[in-house]
Structure formats: structure tokens, C-alpha cells
Design a protein around this ligand. Structure first.
Ligand code: FES
Length: 353
């Protein structure tokens, strides 16, 4: 453990903690744009600078380890001026189309510009102009809004293990893109969208469908047994977008299905009632092979057929196929029902197809 002082307050943290970790332990706010607690330190944005007594220059608190006896200042006229200048430089090459930006109101850069009261751009000069549109089906990439914080690159590599994007070129031309600037062709988990602090990466499915005044509904993903926590952004009884909170079991990370696979909710093809299959002998030529019934009728039918089959052929003539889309508890109950009630070990599930 190491003990240091931050803004006059003593704090003890584990070895290899950063100054930023120590400040957060004391709830001392330090602005950041490229830092994420689940990703490796990067030190790119320089907003988290702090003064270390005895050091000639400020240091980035997100990449500097806390050391025994350190004395840190997190806010001073000099630090605030440096942070302000850094923000002005970022904004000098950033579109100011907040009126139509998908992330307005939820953009870290906008929030910091507001906090530091930056209205005018005093750094005039060449700006990035990217006209290429990415034709991938899920992720809108507006690289003029990218602040090169690198969080998308790190999350894709370190959390998802895909490495679909990286920094390319150098200097003013530096940009984040897939290899050879091709269209994005990845797993489309959307972690990069979730982590992007600006409007550079957003979901195509929810573009121009609203930014605020959503009802937020916390729920569990219906796709597999992992049970990832979702937050649905609902307006007028329709799910507009899905994200996940950082303090959940899945730490806010989702897969493509959880994040983008929600259009089935309003699909007109969705089954709302049980169907009973009608054999060819019992239906006329134009009849459907299925009859829609109420739950009571369906359950009675299943119970009577199971009893009949078991009495005639024995329990092993019956097999149960469960689903990875059920919860662990539901799957447990299902196998219990097959073994204890039906009397067979013929249980399987769709994930083994
Ligand atoms: S948060 Fe530390 S340099 Fe960006």
C-alpha cells in the first residue's frame, strides 16, 4: 500500500494504483476523456493532468502511479488554463453541429466545453474533412467527431479481442479506421459505440430517433443464459435503443444480439399465442399446419399427449429440448420436470445444434 496526499487529504491505495485512482477514492473530480477503468491506461487527452509537488511539469494522473509521500494538487489556475487550452485545441477540429448530433446532451466533450465555458474557437487552421460513409449495417462512423481518445481501439482489442480498428496515418491525418479504410466488418458488438465519448460512433438503428426524454427500463437480455443486464430506452411504447450500465454483472459490455437485435420486439411475425400442429389427415387442403390456441388449451393438450405416450411407449420415448434463451432457473426446472415427472434423461438444448 502507498499513502499520499491529494489536495491536502491523506489517502492510502494499493501499489500500482494511479493518482487518478487515488483521487477517485476520495471523490475528487478530475476531468478525463481517454480514461476508462476497465481499459489499459493511455494518457492521450492530457485533461487529467495534476501537479506533483517537486515536479517541474504537470503529469497525467491516469498514467502516473501513486507513490509513497506524494503531494498532489488537482486544481490550480495553471492546471485549469492548460485543460482549457487542451479542450480548445480538441474543439478547434471538431464539428459544432451539436443541434443535430446524436450524442448532444450525452457527449463528454460537450459537457466539458460547457463546464469550461468555451464558446469561440481561437485556433483557426486546417480541419479534417472525411466524406467516406461506412456502409456497415449497424455502426455510424463520423470520424470528424473523433477526438482520438483511442477507447474504441482498446475496447475492441482488450475486451472483445477482435482488433477490428486501429490508429492509421500520423499527425493531423491520424484517424481510427478498419484496415485499408474498408467498411467496418466485425462482430458488431457495439462496445466501441458504448464507450465513445462523443458522437463519432453511434448506432444506425437509433439515428434521429430521439436523444432525450426516454423512459429507461432495466431488464435482462433474452438471448442467452449469460443474463447480461440491459437498459431499454423506450419512447411511446417502442424500444428505440439498448445499452447497459457499467455497474452491472456484464460491466456494461454486450454482444451484437443484446445491443442491436431488438427489432423482433415489434415484429408482426412474433408469436403471441401457443400453436398446436395439426396433422395432414385432420386438415383440409387450405388449412394451416398450425392452430392458434389459448394457453390453457395448449397446456392440457401437452399434458394429455405426454401421459398417453408415456403409458404406451414408456418415458424414454419422450425427449425434452430446452433453450439457451431461458434463464438458468428455467432450464433447471425443465430438466427437473423431465427427470422427476416424465422419468427420462432425454434432455438437451438448442445451443448444441
Ligand atoms: S484521461 Fe488521462 S490523459 Fe486522458
Amino acid at each position: 500500500m502507498v499513502t499520499l496526499r491529494i489536495d491536502g487529504r491523506k489517502v492510502t491505495v494499493r501499489k500500482l494504483s494511479t493518482i487518478l485512482d487515488a483521487a477517485r477514492k476520495l471523490d475528487i473530480p478530475i476531468p478525463t476523456l481517454c480514461h476508462h477503468p476497465e481499459l489499459s491506461p493511455y494518457g492521450g487527452c492530457r485533461l487529467c493532468i495534476v501537479e506533483v509537488k517537486g515536479s517541474a511539469k504537470p503529469v497525467a494522473s491516469c498514467t502516473t502511479f501513486a507513490k509513497e509521500g506524494m503531494d498532489i494538487i488537482t486544481s490550480s489556475p495553471n492546471l485549469e488554463q492548460l485543460r482549457r487550452t487542451t479542450l480548445e485545441l480538441l474543439l478547434s477540429d471538431h464539428p459544432t453541429d451539436c443541434m443535430v448530433c446524436e450524442r448532444a446532451g450525452d457527449c463528454k466533450l460537450q459537457e466539458l466545453a460547457y463546464f469550461y465555458g468555451i464558446r469561440e474557437n481561437r485556433f483557426l487552421g486546417e480541419r479534417r474533412v472525411y466524406t467516406k460513409k461506412d456502409n456497415n449495417p449497424f455502426i455510424e462512423r463520423d470520424m470528424e467527431k473523433c477526438i482520438l481518445c483511442g477507447q474504441c481501439v482498446r475496447v475492441c482489442d482488450e475486451i472483445q479481442g477482435v482488433g477490428a480498428i486501429d490508429f492509421a496515418y500520423r499527425g493531423l491525418k491520424t484517424k481510427i479506421c478498419p484496415p485499408f479504410e474498408k467498411d467496418l466488418n466485425c462482430e458488431f458488438c457495439g462496445q466501441c459505440v458504448a464507450i465513445c465519448p462523443t458522437g463519432a460512433l453511434t448506432g444506425k438503428m437509433w439515428t434521429h430517433r430521439g436523444r432525450q426524454n426516454f423512459k429507461e427500463v432495466d431488464t435482462v437480455c433474452p438471448y442467452c443464459g449469460c443474463g447480461c443486464n440491459l437498459t431499454l430506452f423506450v419512447r411511446q411504447n417502442e424500444v428505440i435503443r439498448i445499452s447497459s450500465k457499467e455497474n452491472t454483472i456484464n460491466k456494461g459490455w454486450l454482444c451484437a444480439k443484446g445491443r442491436f437485435g431488438y427489432e423482433f420486439i415489434k415484429s408482426p411475425d412474433r408469436l403471441k399465442k401457443p400453436l398446436i400442429r395439426i396433422g395432414p389427415k385432420d386438415r383440409s387442403a387450405n388449412d394451416s399446419a398450425f392452430k392458434e390456441v389459448e394457453w390453457d388449451e395448449a397446456l392440457d393438450y401437452i399434458a394429455s399427449r405426454l401421459k398417453e405416450i408415456k403409458a404406451k411407449y414408456g418415458p424414454d420415448a419422450i425427449a425434452g429440448l430446452s433453450s439457451a434463451r431461458c434463464t438458468s432457473e428455467e432450464n433447471y426446472l425443465f430438466q427437473k420436470f423431465m427427470r422427476a415427472v416424465i422419468g427420462t434423461n432425454n434432455v438437451d438444448h438448442c445451443a448444441r445444434y
